[in-house]
Write a protein that binds this ligand. Structure first.
Ligand code: C2E
Ligand code: MG
Ligand code: MG
Ligand code: MG
Length: 289
Protein backbone atom coordinates (compact mmCIF):
# COMPACT_ATOMS: atom_id res chain seq x y z
CA UNK A 1 0.00 0.00 0.00
CA UNK A 2 2.92 2.30 0.69
CA UNK A 3 4.05 1.77 -2.87
CA UNK A 4 1.00 3.34 -4.49
CA UNK A 5 2.18 6.78 -3.48
CA UNK A 6 0.74 9.38 -5.76
CA UNK A 7 0.08 11.35 -2.62
CA UNK A 8 2.54 12.99 -0.33
CA UNK A 9 4.16 11.46 2.69
CA UNK A 10 2.09 13.45 5.10
CA UNK A 11 -1.15 12.02 3.75
CA UNK A 12 0.34 8.58 3.91
CA UNK A 13 1.10 9.01 7.58
CA UNK A 14 -2.19 10.72 8.30
CA UNK A 15 -3.95 7.73 6.82
CA UNK A 16 -1.77 5.36 8.77
CA UNK A 17 -2.53 7.24 11.96
CA UNK A 18 -6.26 7.23 11.43
CA UNK A 19 -6.97 3.96 9.69
CA UNK A 20 -6.93 0.30 10.70
CA UNK A 21 -4.93 -0.82 13.64
CA UNK A 22 -2.96 -3.23 11.45
CA UNK A 23 -1.65 -0.38 9.37
CA UNK A 24 -0.53 1.53 12.41
CA UNK A 25 1.10 -1.54 13.82
CA UNK A 26 3.10 -1.92 10.61
CA UNK A 27 4.29 1.65 10.79
CA UNK A 28 5.13 1.34 14.47
CA UNK A 29 7.15 -1.80 13.78
CA UNK A 30 9.01 -0.10 10.96
CA UNK A 31 9.84 2.80 13.23
CA UNK A 32 11.02 0.42 15.93
CA UNK A 33 13.25 -1.20 13.33
CA UNK A 34 14.66 2.18 12.42
CA UNK A 35 15.37 3.00 16.08
CA UNK A 36 17.01 -0.39 16.71
CA UNK A 37 19.06 -0.47 13.51
CA UNK A 38 20.11 3.16 13.43
CA UNK A 39 18.17 4.06 10.32
CA UNK A 40 17.58 7.41 11.96
CA UNK A 41 19.97 10.20 11.24
CA UNK A 42 20.52 13.75 12.44
CA UNK A 43 20.61 16.77 10.20
CA UNK A 44 21.91 20.09 11.46
CA UNK A 45 20.83 23.62 10.65
CA UNK A 46 23.03 26.56 11.67
CA UNK A 47 21.83 29.63 13.57
CA UNK A 48 23.59 32.80 12.49
CA UNK A 49 24.63 35.58 14.85
CA UNK A 50 22.91 38.61 13.36
CA UNK A 51 25.77 40.94 14.24
CA UNK A 52 28.79 38.90 13.17
CA UNK A 53 27.18 36.84 10.41
CA UNK A 54 28.83 33.73 11.84
CA UNK A 55 27.17 30.50 12.97
CA UNK A 56 27.50 29.93 16.71
CA UNK A 57 24.67 27.48 17.30
CA UNK A 58 23.06 24.62 15.40
CA UNK A 59 19.80 22.71 15.70
CA UNK A 60 19.67 18.92 15.46
CA UNK A 61 16.72 17.69 13.37
CA UNK A 62 16.01 13.98 13.19
CA UNK A 63 15.33 12.21 9.88
CA UNK A 64 14.08 8.70 9.15
CA UNK A 65 15.52 6.93 6.15
CA UNK A 66 12.45 4.88 5.29
CA UNK A 67 12.92 1.97 2.86
CA UNK A 68 9.85 2.94 0.79
CA UNK A 69 9.30 6.60 1.49
CA UNK A 70 12.84 7.95 1.46
CA UNK A 71 13.82 10.66 3.91
CA UNK A 72 10.84 11.21 6.21
CA UNK A 73 10.30 14.43 8.17
CA UNK A 74 9.92 14.34 11.95
CA UNK A 75 6.69 16.32 11.57
CA UNK A 76 5.31 13.06 10.17
CA UNK A 77 6.65 10.47 12.62
CA UNK A 78 7.25 12.28 15.91
CA UNK A 79 3.50 12.44 16.69
CA UNK A 80 3.26 8.67 16.14
CA UNK A 81 6.32 8.07 18.30
CA UNK A 82 4.79 10.19 21.05
CA UNK A 83 1.61 8.15 20.93
CA UNK A 84 3.37 4.80 21.07
CA UNK A 85 5.97 5.85 23.62
CA UNK A 86 8.76 5.21 21.14
CA UNK A 87 9.69 8.88 21.47
CA UNK A 88 11.56 7.96 24.65
CA UNK A 89 14.07 5.64 22.97
CA UNK A 90 14.15 7.85 19.90
CA UNK A 91 14.72 10.97 22.00
CA UNK A 92 17.56 9.37 23.93
CA UNK A 93 19.26 8.35 20.72
CA UNK A 94 18.92 11.90 19.37
CA UNK A 95 20.34 13.40 22.56
CA UNK A 96 23.32 11.02 22.64
CA UNK A 97 24.11 11.45 18.95
CA UNK A 98 23.81 15.24 19.06
CA UNK A 99 26.18 15.40 22.06
CA UNK A 100 28.73 13.14 20.34
CA UNK A 101 28.59 15.15 17.12
CA UNK A 102 29.01 18.41 18.99
CA UNK A 103 32.09 17.13 20.79
CA UNK A 104 33.58 16.48 17.33
CA UNK A 105 32.66 19.98 16.19
CA UNK A 106 34.29 21.45 19.29
CA UNK A 107 37.42 19.44 18.59
CA UNK A 108 37.46 20.95 15.09
CA UNK A 109 37.82 24.37 16.72
CA UNK A 110 34.24 25.55 17.14
CA UNK A 111 34.46 25.51 20.91
CA UNK A 112 31.57 27.72 21.81
CA UNK A 113 29.04 26.29 19.39
CA UNK A 114 25.92 24.96 21.10
CA UNK A 115 23.49 22.35 19.85
CA UNK A 116 19.72 22.67 20.06
CA UNK A 117 17.97 19.36 20.69
CA UNK A 118 14.18 19.16 20.39
CA UNK A 119 12.60 17.56 23.44
CA UNK A 120 9.10 16.13 23.48
CA UNK A 121 6.94 16.86 26.55
CA UNK A 122 6.53 13.07 26.84
CA UNK A 123 10.25 12.70 27.51
CA UNK A 124 10.15 15.05 30.48
CA UNK A 125 6.97 13.63 31.96
CA UNK A 126 7.55 9.91 31.53
CA UNK A 127 11.22 9.47 32.33
CA UNK A 128 13.91 10.56 34.73
CA UNK A 129 14.89 13.20 32.24
CA UNK A 130 17.46 14.89 34.44
CA UNK A 131 19.35 11.59 34.76
CA UNK A 132 19.14 11.04 31.00
CA UNK A 133 20.70 14.42 30.27
CA UNK A 134 23.42 13.96 32.88
CA UNK A 135 24.31 10.60 31.38
CA UNK A 136 24.40 11.96 27.82
CA UNK A 137 26.71 14.79 28.89
CA UNK A 138 28.89 12.51 31.00
CA UNK A 139 29.34 9.85 28.34
CA UNK A 140 30.04 12.30 25.52
CA UNK A 141 32.09 14.79 27.52
CA UNK A 142 30.10 17.72 26.13
CA UNK A 143 30.02 20.74 28.48
CA UNK A 144 26.48 21.40 29.77
CA UNK A 145 26.62 24.97 28.43
CA UNK A 146 26.84 23.61 24.88
CA UNK A 147 23.53 21.77 25.15
CA UNK A 148 20.37 23.70 24.44
CA UNK A 149 17.06 21.90 24.98
CA UNK A 150 14.30 23.16 22.70
CA UNK A 151 10.87 22.81 24.21
CA UNK A 152 7.42 24.02 23.23
CA UNK A 153 5.34 25.90 25.77
CA UNK A 154 2.84 23.08 26.02
CA UNK A 155 5.57 21.05 27.71
CA UNK A 156 4.80 22.80 30.97
CA UNK A 157 1.02 22.74 30.71
CA UNK A 158 -0.79 20.30 33.05
CA UNK A 159 1.80 18.91 35.43
CA UNK A 160 3.59 22.20 35.65
CA UNK A 161 5.45 21.92 38.92
CA UNK A 162 7.26 18.64 38.24
CA UNK A 163 8.35 19.71 34.78
CA UNK A 164 9.38 23.19 35.86
CA UNK A 165 11.34 21.68 38.74
CA UNK A 166 13.24 19.45 36.30
CA UNK A 167 13.94 22.44 34.06
CA UNK A 168 15.35 24.41 37.00
CA UNK A 169 17.68 21.54 37.86
CA UNK A 170 18.85 21.39 34.25
CA UNK A 171 19.59 25.13 34.33
CA UNK A 172 21.58 24.64 37.51
CA UNK A 173 23.72 22.12 35.62
CA UNK A 174 24.40 24.85 33.05
CA UNK A 175 22.18 23.41 30.32
CA UNK A 176 20.39 26.00 28.19
CA UNK A 177 16.66 26.01 27.53
CA UNK A 178 14.86 27.45 24.52
CA UNK A 179 11.14 27.96 24.14
CA UNK A 180 10.46 26.64 20.64
CA UNK A 181 7.73 27.82 18.25
CA UNK A 182 7.09 30.81 20.49
CA UNK A 183 3.73 32.46 19.92
CA UNK A 184 1.86 29.36 18.80
CA UNK A 185 1.06 27.97 22.26
CA UNK A 186 -1.99 28.72 24.37
CA UNK A 187 -0.63 30.88 27.04
CA UNK A 188 2.68 32.35 26.00
CA UNK A 189 2.85 35.08 28.58
CA UNK A 190 1.96 32.93 31.56
CA UNK A 191 4.36 30.16 30.71
CA UNK A 192 7.25 32.35 29.73
CA UNK A 193 7.30 33.51 33.35
CA UNK A 194 7.48 29.97 34.68
CA UNK A 195 9.88 28.37 32.24
CA UNK A 196 13.47 28.94 33.29
CA UNK A 197 14.47 29.53 29.67
CA UNK A 198 17.30 31.64 28.35
CA UNK A 199 16.21 31.77 24.75
CA UNK A 200 13.05 31.97 22.71
CA UNK A 201 12.54 30.96 19.11
CA UNK A 202 9.93 33.01 17.27
CA UNK A 203 7.80 30.64 15.23
CA UNK A 204 8.30 30.77 11.49
CA UNK A 205 4.60 31.55 10.96
CA UNK A 206 5.35 35.12 12.17
CA UNK A 207 8.50 35.44 10.06
CA UNK A 208 6.89 34.21 6.84
CA UNK A 209 5.11 37.51 6.08
CA UNK A 210 7.02 39.81 8.40
CA UNK A 211 7.80 42.14 5.48
CA UNK A 212 4.27 42.30 4.06
CA UNK A 213 2.07 41.94 7.09
CA UNK A 214 2.05 44.82 9.59
CA UNK A 215 0.69 42.68 12.41
CA UNK A 216 3.41 40.07 12.00
CA UNK A 217 6.00 42.84 11.95
CA UNK A 218 4.57 44.41 15.10
CA UNK A 219 4.35 41.07 16.91
CA UNK A 220 7.90 40.14 15.94
CA UNK A 221 9.31 43.47 17.13
CA UNK A 222 7.28 43.27 20.32
CA UNK A 223 8.43 39.75 21.09
CA UNK A 224 12.09 40.68 20.53
CA UNK A 225 11.75 43.67 22.83
CA UNK A 226 9.91 41.70 25.51
CA UNK A 227 12.47 38.90 25.37
CA UNK A 228 15.36 41.32 25.75
CA UNK A 229 13.70 42.94 28.76
CA UNK A 230 13.49 39.45 30.26
CA UNK A 231 17.20 38.92 29.43
CA UNK A 232 16.35 36.21 26.91
CA UNK A 233 18.12 35.72 23.63
CA UNK A 234 15.91 35.62 20.51
CA UNK A 235 16.11 33.31 17.51
CA UNK A 236 13.97 33.80 14.40
CA UNK A 237 13.19 30.52 12.66
CA UNK A 238 12.20 30.07 9.02
CA UNK A 239 14.17 33.05 7.68
CA UNK A 240 13.99 32.53 3.92
CA UNK A 241 14.83 35.89 2.36
CA UNK A 242 17.43 38.61 2.69
CA UNK A 243 14.61 41.14 3.28
CA UNK A 244 13.42 39.15 6.29
CA UNK A 245 16.98 38.85 7.58
CA UNK A 246 17.48 42.62 7.25
CA UNK A 247 14.25 43.36 9.09
CA UNK A 248 15.33 41.04 11.91
CA UNK A 249 18.84 42.50 12.08
CA UNK A 250 17.42 46.03 12.22
CA UNK A 251 15.23 44.97 15.09
CA UNK A 252 18.06 43.36 17.06
CA UNK A 253 17.02 39.74 16.72
CA UNK A 254 20.07 37.86 18.04
CA UNK A 255 20.12 34.74 15.88
CA UNK A 256 18.74 33.89 12.46
CA UNK A 257 17.87 30.39 11.25
CA UNK A 258 16.43 29.40 7.89
CA UNK A 259 16.88 28.57 4.26
CA UNK A 260 18.27 32.08 3.59
CA UNK A 261 21.46 30.82 5.27
CA UNK A 262 21.32 27.07 5.02
CA UNK A 263 19.02 24.09 4.88
CA UNK A 264 19.48 21.35 7.46
CA UNK A 265 22.40 19.10 6.40
CA UNK A 266 24.22 15.94 7.45
CA UNK A 267 27.03 16.30 10.00
CA UNK A 268 29.84 15.90 7.45
CA UNK A 269 28.50 18.85 5.50
CA UNK A 270 28.04 20.87 8.66
CA UNK A 271 31.75 20.63 9.39
CA UNK A 272 32.52 22.07 5.95
CA UNK A 273 29.91 24.77 6.45
CA UNK A 274 31.39 25.74 9.80
CA UNK A 275 34.86 25.96 8.28
CA UNK A 276 33.50 28.70 6.04
CA UNK A 277 30.91 30.39 8.25
CA UNK A 278 31.42 29.20 11.83
CA UNK A 279 32.64 31.17 14.81
CA UNK A 280 35.91 29.74 16.12
CA UNK A 281 35.67 29.98 19.89
CA UNK A 282 38.71 30.62 22.07
CA UNK A 283 37.59 28.46 25.01
CA UNK A 284 41.07 27.07 25.85
CA UNK A 285 41.43 25.50 22.43
CA UNK A 286 44.79 24.63 20.87
CA UNK A 287 43.27 25.17 17.47
CA UNK A 288 42.16 28.72 18.14
CA UNK A 289 43.65 31.37 15.89
P1 C2E B 1 11.16 22.90 14.83
O1 C2E B 1 11.90 22.52 16.04
O2 C2E B 1 10.40 24.18 14.87
O3 C2E B 1 12.24 22.90 13.66
C1 C2E B 1 12.27 23.81 12.60
C2 C2E B 1 11.68 23.20 11.34
O4 C2E B 1 11.64 24.23 10.33
C3 C2E B 1 12.51 22.09 10.76
O5 C2E B 1 11.62 21.16 10.14
C4 C2E B 1 13.34 22.81 9.70
O6 C2E B 1 13.81 21.97 8.67
C5 C2E B 1 12.32 23.79 9.17
N1 C2E B 1 12.93 24.96 8.55
C6 C2E B 1 14.16 25.49 8.78
N2 C2E B 1 14.37 26.60 8.05
C7 C2E B 1 13.24 26.80 7.34
C8 C2E B 1 12.85 27.80 6.37
O7 C2E B 1 13.58 28.74 6.05
N3 C2E B 1 11.60 27.68 5.85
C9 C2E B 1 10.76 26.66 6.18
N4 C2E B 1 9.56 26.61 5.60
N5 C2E B 1 11.10 25.70 7.08
C10 C2E B 1 12.32 25.78 7.66
P2 C2E B 1 11.77 19.59 10.36
O8 C2E B 1 13.22 19.22 10.36
O9 C2E B 1 10.87 18.92 9.38
O10 C2E B 1 11.23 19.37 11.81
C11 C2E B 1 9.88 19.59 12.12
C12 C2E B 1 9.64 19.53 13.61
O11 C2E B 1 9.84 18.21 14.10
C13 C2E B 1 10.59 20.40 14.43
O12 C2E B 1 10.13 21.73 14.41
C14 C2E B 1 10.48 19.74 15.79
O13 C2E B 1 9.36 20.21 16.48
C15 C2E B 1 10.28 18.28 15.43
N6 C2E B 1 11.55 17.56 15.62
C16 C2E B 1 12.63 17.53 14.82
N7 C2E B 1 13.60 16.76 15.35
C17 C2E B 1 13.11 16.28 16.51
C18 C2E B 1 13.64 15.42 17.54
O14 C2E B 1 14.79 14.96 17.49
N8 C2E B 1 12.83 15.17 18.60
C19 C2E B 1 11.58 15.70 18.71
N9 C2E B 1 10.83 15.41 19.79
N10 C2E B 1 11.04 16.50 17.76
C20 C2E B 1 11.81 16.80 16.69
MG1 MG C 1 13.23 23.18 17.34
MG1 MG D 1 10.90 25.73 16.11
MG1 MG E 1 8.55 25.58 14.21
Amino acid sequence: QAKQLGRNTWQWFEEAMNSQASYRVKLRNQLQDAIDNHALTLYYQPMIDSRTGQARSVEALVRWEHPELGLVSPADFVPLAEETGQIIALGEWVLDQACRDMVKLHAAGFRDCSVGVNISPVQIRKTDFLATVKRALGESGLPAQALDLEMVESAVINDTSQVVDTLHKLRELGVQISIDDFGTGFSSLTYIKQMPANRIKIDNSFIKEVIKNRSDAAITRGVISMAHHLSLEVVAEGVETEAQANFLRRNQCDLLQGYAFSRPMPFEQLTEYMNLHGHRGAGGSDNAE
